[in-house]
Design a protein around this ligand. Structure first.
Ligand SMILES: Cc1ncc(COP(=O)(O)O)c(C=O)c1O
Length: 400
C-alpha cells in the first residue's frame, strides 16, 4: 500500500533533461535560465516584472526591503499562515500586528484589518504595509483590500505562495489572474516542492512597478549596482576617457545573496509549462472530494467565494473533533496507519512562543476556532482517482 502524503512534487523526464542541460552549460548560478523563468512567470501571471529568488521567504523579505519597511514601522499580517509571512517584517525590525481571519474564506478579514488600520491612525503610528495571504489557494478579498489601501495608503504585499494559478472576478465581471491586477504592490510566490510548481527551493516577486522591480533585483544580490549611469562614485567608476572601469561595481544598499540558480530556474521553466494542467487536476481532485464528502456532515469543506477559481494548493477540511469523539492527533495517527498523510495549516502565529509575548490569541477568535478544526488532506496533481477514493474512504471510516 503506497503512502499518500498531503502534498508532493511531480518531476518528469523533461524536467530532469532541462536541469541536466544547464549542468552542462556555462551557468550554474543566476544566468540566462533565470531570466527565461522570470519571463515565463510574467507570461503566466500577466505581471509586468518578475524577480526570481532563492525561496518564498526570501521573496517576502525582498518585498519588505523594496518597500523600505524598517524599524518602527507596523505591518499587518493574518494569524493563520506560515510564519514566513510575519517574519519578513520582523527581519526588517518592523512590528507585526495580526488581523483576525474571515471565518468563511479563512483569509485575513478586511473588517478586522480596517479596525487595526483605524486604531493605528488614532495612535499616531499608521500601518506601513499589509501582507495578505491567499490561504490554501483562495484569493483574499482583493477589491476590499484595494479600497483599504486607497483609504489608508499602505503598501500591499500579497503573499500568493498558495495561489499561483488562481483567478477571481471583479465587480465589473473582469477575471484576473493572481499577479495580473496592479493594485497589490508586490505579489510573492514560492516554488517549494509542495507548491503548484517547484524549483526545489525558490521564490518570485511579481510587480507592475519598474522601480520596485529594480530595487528587488539590487537587494537580491548584495545591494550591488552594476548599471552605468546608476553609480554614485563616478570618480572611481569612470576612466579618464569617460568609459566605465571594467572591474567596477558599487554596493549601495545592505542586500543579501537571495539569487536563484540557473539549475533551479531550468526546473522552474520546465515545470511552468504544466502549470495549467496541474491547477486543473487540483481542482478536479477538490471537486471529487467535495462530491464524496457531500453526504458526510462530519467533514466541513472549504468555502469558495463567488467569482473565485481556487488553486487548491491545500485541501483543508474542518472537523469538530469533540463531536467525533477523537482528538485530532488520534485521527491523524489512524489516517497515517491507513497510509494517508495529513497536516495542520497552520498553528496560529500568535501562539508561537516568539510572537506570544506581543500577541494574545484571545484577540483572534476566528483563527482559534479554525485552528481547532483544521486538517489538510492529500491534494496534489499526481494523485490518481484511486488515491482520491482511498483518502475519502479512510477519512470517512476514521471519523465514523
Ligand atoms: C503562505 C506562505 N508564505 C511563505 C512561505 C515561504 O515559502 P518558502 O518555503 O519557499 O520559503 C510559505 C511556504 O510554505 C507559505 O506557505
Amino acid at each position: 500500500m503506497n503512502f499518500i502524503p498531503y502534498g508532493r512534487q511531480d518531476i518528469t523526464e523533461a524536467d530532469i533533461e532541462a536541469v541536466v542541460r544547464v549542468l552542462r552549460s556555462d551557468f550554474l548560478t543566476q544566468g540566462p535560465a533565470v531570466e527565461i523563468f522570470e519571463a515565463a512567470v510574467c507570461r503566466e501571471t500577466g505581471a509586468q516584472h518578475a524577480v526570481a529568488c532563492s525561496s518564498g521567504t526570501a521573496a517576502l523579505h525582498l518585498a519588505v526591503l523594496a518597500a523600505k519597511i524598517g524599524h518602527g514601522d507596523r505591518v499587518i499580517v493574518p494569524p493563520i499562515t506560515f510564519v514566513a509571512s510575519a517574519n519578513c517584517a520582523r527581519y526588517a525590525g518592523a512590528e507585526v500586528l495580526f488581523a483576525d481571519i474571515d471565518s468563511e474564506t479563512l483569509n485575513i478579514s478586511p473588517q478586522t484589518c480596517r479596525k487595526l488600520l483605524e486604531q493605528a491612525v488614532v495612535e499616531g503610528r499608521p500601518v506601513k504595509a499589509v501582507v495578505t495571504v491567499d490561504l490554501a489557494g483562495h484569493p483574499c478579498d482583493m477589491q476590499a483590500f484595494a479600497l483599504l489601501k486607497k483609504e489608508f495608503n499602505f503598501i500591499w504585499i500579497q503573499d500568493a505562495c498558495h495561489s499561483l494559478g488562481a483567478t477571481w472576478e471583479d465587480n465589473l465581471g473582469i477575471r484576473w489572474k493572481i499577479g495580473e491586477w496592479p493594485e497589490p504592490d508586490m505579489t510573492v510566490f514560492s516554488f517549494h516542492p509542495v507548491k503548484h510548481i517547484t524549483t526545489g527551493e525558490g521564490g518570485m516577486i511579481v510587480t507592475h512597478s519598474e522601480e520596485l522591480a529594480n530595487s528587488l533585483r539590487v537587494h537580491r544580490s548584495h545591494g550591488i549596482v552594476r548599471d552605468v549611469g546608476a553609480f554614485i562614485n563616478n570618480a572611481e567608476a569612470l576612466s579618464a576617457d569617460g568609459s566605465v572601469n571594467p572591474w567596477y561595481y558599487e554596493m549601495q544598499q545592505l542586500g543579501f545573496n537571495y539569487r536563484l540558480s540557473d539549475i533551479q530556474a531550468a526546473l522552474g521553466c520546465s515545470q511552468i509549462e504544466r502549470l495549467g494542467q496541474y491547477v486543473a487536476r487540483r481542482r478536479e481532485i477538490a471537486a471529487s472530494l467535495r462530491l464524496k464528502f457531500e453526504m458526510f456532515p462530519r467533514v466541513k469543506l472549504p468555502i469558495v467565494a463567488d467569482g473565485v477559481e481556487h488553486a487548491y494548493h491545500l485541501c483543508i477540511i474542518r472537523i469538530d473533533f469533540a463531536a467525533v469523539g477523537a482528538t485530532r492527533a488520534e485521527v491523524m495517527k489512524r489516517l497515517k496507519a491507513a497510509g494517508i498523510g495529513t497536516q495542520v495549516h497552520y498553528i496560529p502565529i500568535p501562539m508561537m512562543p516568539f510572537y506570544a509575548q506581543t500577541a494574545d490569541m484571545a484577540s483572534f477568535p476566528a483563527a482559534l476556532a479554525y485552528y481547532r478544526e483544521a486538517l489538510s488532506i492529500p491534494c496534489f496533481p499526481k494523485m490518481t482517482d484511486v488515491d482520491v477514493e482511498r483518502v475519502c474512504s479512510a477519512v470517512i471510516s476514521t471519523l465514523s
